[in-house]
Design a protein around this ligand. Structure first.
Ligand code: ZN
Length: 296
């Protein structure tokens, strides 16, 4: 009798629309899109606003993006000023959708912009320890709206946290290689400070924390001087940025561009030779490229 009761209850629960439907979530850009996919698994449908290989700093939302926000149960953003276009998008969407800032509890780097105003460096995901905080925040947000799926979300998050801890240790090990002569790297925009802090690399870039600003001739000249003085050999472009400036700097300093680093976006998953389709792939790829560049 008792067993029948529970069977009927179970049947009612799994056939009720609220429980059968997948959670609809929207992520502001591809890296957060990967995190929410890893933790949500088969129980979420993920939409991404800024697609792979597009620049989130200068993105222009479309009417389709308004729908992605209004239709979502949860909207995940990075915060720290990364999605400068988000507020307008939310206003256009009538403020619907529950917004989750995945960097909650992370203390950001603060710096001055060109106008002398204090701004945050939003590129926190490049330290895997910060990615672990993203995972905790995403897991809690999922559990809050679907407590019935808590065990599944926790299972997915635990498995992913384990992979991230292994990734963190692996990156550290790659950069502690004693045959690396120096740990100075040139990149286009100032996106890798958190990576540098976590793994012992100093990044120098002509462009600031946003890709919007063009560097002045004086800034470029100063950089060329620094590269020559410190004999920096590891010079990279980024997947989203204009190669021209870095190529010009490499030419002036008689070095060569070592390759591409993925800063603010994953690579296009539709291409078979895409090296950074997930966050973990991106971090591994960047690390191998940086080590190769430093040894060159
Ligand atoms: Zn950036």
């Amino acid at each position: 009798m008792r067993r029948t009761f529970f069977l009927i209850l179970f049947a009612l629960v799994i056939t009720s629309p609220a429980f059968a439907e997948k959670l609809k979530v929207t992520a502001s850009f591809s890296i957060i899109g990967d995190f929410v996919t890893q933790i949500g698994g088969e129980d979420v449908d993920v939409d991404i606003i800024v697609p792979e290989n597009s620049d989130p700093h200068i993105y222009q939302p479309t009417p389709k993006d308004v729908r992605k926000v209004t239709h979502a149960d949860l909207v995940f953003i990075n915060g720290f000023g990364f999605e400068g276009w988000f507020e307008r998008l939310i206003n256009n969407a009538g403020g619907k959708g529950k917004i989750v800032t995945v960097t909650t509890n992370i203390i950001p780097r603060t710096l001055m912009d060109a106008k002398g105003q204090s701004v945050y460096d939003p590129h926190t995901w490049h330290d895997v320890n910060n990615a672990l905080v993203y995972v905790d925040n995403i897991e809690q947000a999922f559990i809050a709206v679907r407590p019935d799926l808590a065990a599944k979300f926790k299972h997915n998050a635990d498995r992913y946290r384990q992979q991230l801890r292994e990734l963190h240790a692996w990156i550290k090990k790659q950069l502690q290689d004693s045959s690396i002569p120096s740990h100075l790297v040139v990149t286009t925009h100032d996106a890798f400070w958190y990576y540098g802090q976590a793994y012992g690399v100093t990044f120098i870039s002509p462009v600031g924390i946003s890709t919007q600003a063009e560097p002045s001739a004086a800034v470029v000249a100063q950089m060329i001087k620094e590269i020559r003085a410190k004999n920096i050999r590891a010079i990279f472009v980024e997947n989203l940025s204009n190669r021209k400036l870095i190529e010009q700097i490499a030419e002036e300093t008689r070095t060569k561009v070592d390759g591409i680093l993925y800063a603010d976006s994953l690579s296009d998953p539709r291409l078979s030779d895409s090296p950074a389709k997930t966050y973990i792939e991106m971090m591994r790829y960047n690390t191998l490229e940086i080590v190769k560049g430093l040894k060159s």
